[in-house]
Write a protein that binds this ligand. Structure first.
Ligand SMILES: [Zn+2]
Length: 400
């Protein structure tokens, strides 16, 4: 199958008659990839590089704070799921099958990026596998696929040791090499206790490397309850000691949702002190990370799709707003303020996840904007309408 065509990108100078966050209609001026001004909607004729929003809802571009764009089979014929259910079994199957599917490759990654864009995504934090078998080829493939967007689509990489760190000789050297690339902002890790069976060793190694190279950390932690909490405490201690405040994220963090309320409060307070953030993919069949507790403690949360049609699971549409729906629904959220909060998690409140201080429909912000036919953000969350227009860095990447 040939690689998909590069995206057609149109510079937009003005978005006319759109309703930011469901408010009154405005015109948004765009210059140099940024929002240059917002004013009440006028009724002048529409210019050639202007877009008539016809009263559509405008939201900041959707941020996918946890993706795996390097390992999907999207664009290939259907792949039957054949792995064992365990993390170890899935890792083994992926190692056995990926070559035959041409994974990793820029063409595969390009298909995934296209799907994310169609769903309104304008910024992505993606984990990309590194291991002795493929070295940094996955990172090179994602860089190549992202380059087709010439910076409009913001793709930031976590170098991810999916097959373990200490148990695979050479992985630490690969992490060090990856940290030197401009696209790589974080070093990953994976269940230090259950995969490497050396929680202190893995956490010490990855945090030391982050401190030395100046990149951040984004570690997958599925380990449950007290086993997970123990590793979170190790990470908190090293984050403080090595000056990594604000540069460390824990992905999944199932343990946080499984602890009793008092223990959870204590752990969340320590995360907030260390500036450690959390990301979730709103897994079904598990307790969700408790938003009210996270907000009360001041721990930032991001939402992501996780893997998308890959050898781990056939599921995934690439829609982070869909994950937001799942998170809200699974958590029993129904009040307007809670639904709005969840839409913000998928958009403006995820600024931190892609290294921004502001990601919103305000003057001076990057012009990352998604339009859809919805009454307000709550309606958009619940109904998941098609994305009518997706603008990233001032360029239209998708027009329905
Ligand atoms: Zn993941």
């Amino acid at each position: 199958m040939p690689p998909i065509a590069p995206p057609a990108m149109l510079d937009v100078t003005s978005l006319r008659r759109v309703r930011p966050w469901g408010g009154d209609p405005v015109d948004i001026d765009i210059a140099d990839g940024l929002i240059a001004g917002i004013r009440p909607a006028g009724d002048e004729p529409i210019g050639i590089r202007e877009f008539d929003g016809r009263g559509l809802l405008a939201l900041p571009g959707i941020v996918n704070a946890h993706a795996h764009v390097d390992k999907s089979w999207w664009g290939l014929p259907w792949q039957s799921y054949g792995g064992e259910g365990s993390v170890e079994g899935r890792i083994r199957r992926e190692r056995d099958e990926r070559d035959a599917l041409g994974i990793p490759s820029a063409a595969r990654a390009a298909h995934v990026l296209r799907q994310l864009v169609l769903r309104g995504t304008t910024a992505i934090r993606t984990h990309v596998d590194i291991d002795p078998g493929i070295g940094l080829r996955g990172i090179e493939a994602v860089e190549e696929a992202a380059a087709a967007y010439a910076g409009a689509l913001d793709v930031q990489i976590v170098a991810f040791p999916q097959d373990g760190v200490l148990r695979r000789p050479g992985v630490l050297a690969l992490l060090r090499e990856a940290a030197g690339r401009d696209s790589v902002r974080w070093l990953g890790g994976l269940d230090p206790a259950s995969i490497d069976r050396d929680p202190v060793g893995q956490i010490d190694a990855v945090t030391a490397l982050a401190a030395e190279t100046g990149v951040g950390i984004d570690i997958h932690l599925h380990d449950p309850a007290e086993l997970g909490a123990f590793q979170i405490e190790l990470l908190v201690e090293r984050t403080a000691r090595l000056g990594l405040h604000g540069r460390v994220n824990i992905a999944h963090g199932f343990a946080v949702a499984q602890l009793d309320p008092a223990r959870r409060r204590e752990l969340l307070a320590s995360l907030a002190d260390a500036g450690i953030t959390l990301t979730t993919v709103a897994p079904l069949g598990r307790p969700q990370l408790p938003l009210a507790d996270l907000d009360a403690a001041g721990v930032a949360l991001g939402l992501g799709t996780d893997g998308i049609r890959d050898l781990w699971s056939p599921y995934g549409t690439g829609d982070t707003l869909g994950i937001a729906w799942q998170y809200a629904r699974a958590g029993g959220l129904v009040r307007d303020e809670d639904l709005l909060r969840v839409v913000r998690l998928a958009t403006s409140a995820a600024a931190w996840a892609v290294g921004r201080t502001v990601h919103d429909l305000v003057e001076g912000a990057r012009a990352d904007i998604v339009l859809m036919d919805a009454e307000n953000p709550m309606d958009a969350l619940v109904r998941q309408p098609e994305r009518a227009l997706v603008i990233a860095g001032g360029r239209a990447l998708h027009v329905a």
